[in-house]
Design a protein around this ligand. Structure first.
Ligand code: GDP
Ligand code: ZN
Length: 353
């Protein structure tokens, strides 16, 4: 394996040696239609999944995604399997289904970028929202406060960020003056894979370009040696950084929708959860019951209204997602039973006939 790509976890290495013995290992750096760009050693290959893989894969999200470590057979054109993923960034997939869509696999660091130019670019709710997703993924969050050159009130901004994301390391950067860029580069270790999250306009592309130095996040070179087929639309989404480490930037990461379980929300709002736990009403919605511990904390000023509001908003959004999920599961169950009863009927009919 290339020394400057992220190494496998112990679990992944064991898996490669046992389940995929004799295979070489590679890392998916781009995805197209049924085609994957895979870095393996010094090679970059265009691969497909093997027939056996296609037969075994039940769900869409079992197919390789950018950042995945994969087992390659023979000269490397066929993907035999995906090694168990470590932290993944996902989202609720578009188009009705609530199955999680994985956008980037094996991510160690997630930079949550906000703009210090005032207005909408640094909102607590925005930061909290991304933080919930990062906590869900298992990656380590880092807060990048960009556009330092335009900041009128550094102390105030830092405090606001601290309130939204307590215990998260903050980096102050400017792609214009170059302030903080070295710290940003240093925060990514040679074994790390990072993603850059945040709303549009905060400076993600500018920061990525600063990380890449001369190099640019270019579209995939279609003239690469191609194992089969000419219609390759794979573009490179994972790049090796000149300073060590890797960065994943897929189009999907740019328009991330909320996806998280209960646990992640509680983790981000652990201050609020503390009051909620101490609330003496078991079924309390904490939205106005007299004597509610959360309401008390609000009145006392121990809990800020803004934070409470964003908790409620995120909670509502998650509840909606979970409900949709349940409905889908029920519909699936009904469909399954219909099929079973149909085949039972057919069985008896054949027996009679
Ligand atoms: P993205 O949508 O998050 O990828 O943001 P971009 O990288 O496209 O940046 C949005 C705008 O902000 C562009 O006009 C950039 O030139 C500008 N920008 C990015 N970083 C900085 C910065 O540190 N300071 C200032 N003043 N402008 C910046
Ligand atoms: Zn309560």
């Amino acid at each position: 394996m290339n020394s400057d790509t992220s190494p496998l976890s112990v679990r992944q290495r064991t898996e490669l040696e046992t389940r995929f013995s004799g295979c070489r290992c590679g890392r998916v750096s781009g995805e197209g239609m049924h085609l994957y760009r895979v870095m393996s050693g010094d090679d970059e290959l265009l691969c497909r999944v093997s027939g056996a893989f296609r037969h075994a894969a039940a769900k869409k999200n079992e197919y390789p995604v950018t950042g995945d470590w994969v087992a390659l057979r023979g000269d490397g054109g066929l993907i035999e399997g995906v090694l168990t993923r470590e932290a993944c960034i996902g989202r609720a997939s578009a188009g009705g289904t609530t199955e999680q869509q994985i956008l980037a696999a094996n991510v160690d660091l997630a930079f949550i970028v906000a703009g210090l130019d005032g207005g909408r670019n640094l909102t607590r709710r925005g930061i909290e929202r991304y933080l919930v997703m990062v906590r869900e993924s298992g990656a380590v969050p880092l807060l990048v406060l960009n556009k330092l050159d335009l900041c009128a009130d550094i102390a105030g901004s830092l405090q606001e960020a601290e309130e939204a994301a307590p215990d998260v390391r903050q980096l102050l950067t400017s792609t214009v003056t170059g302030d903080g860029i070295d710290e940003l580069i240093d925060s990514i270790g040679p074994e790390h894979t990072a993603v850059m999250l945040g709303p549009s306009g905060v400076g993600k592309s500018s920061l990525i370009n600063a990380l890449l130095g001369e190099q640019r996040l270019a579209e995939g070179d279609t003239r690469q040696s191609d194992h089969r087929g000419r219609h390759t639309s794979t573009s490179r989404s994972l790049v090796l950084l000149p300073g060590g480490g890797s960065l994943i930037d897929t189009p999907g990461l740019r328009e991330l929708r909320l996806w998280a379980g209960e646990g992640s929300l509680d983790e981000v709002f652990h201050d609020l959860e503390y009051y909620a736990r101490n609330c003496r009403f078991r079924d309390c919605t904490h939205q106005g019951e007299p004597d509610c511990a959360v309401q008390k904390a609000l009145v006392d000023g121990a809990l800020s209204h803004e934070r409470y509001e964003s908790y409620l908003e995120l909670r509502k959004e998650l509840d909606y997602l979970h409900r949709r999920n349940d409905e889908q599961a029920r519909a699936e169950e009904v469909r399954r039973w219909k099929q079973i009863s149909k085949s039972v009927k057919r069985f008896y009919k054949n027996k009679k006939g």
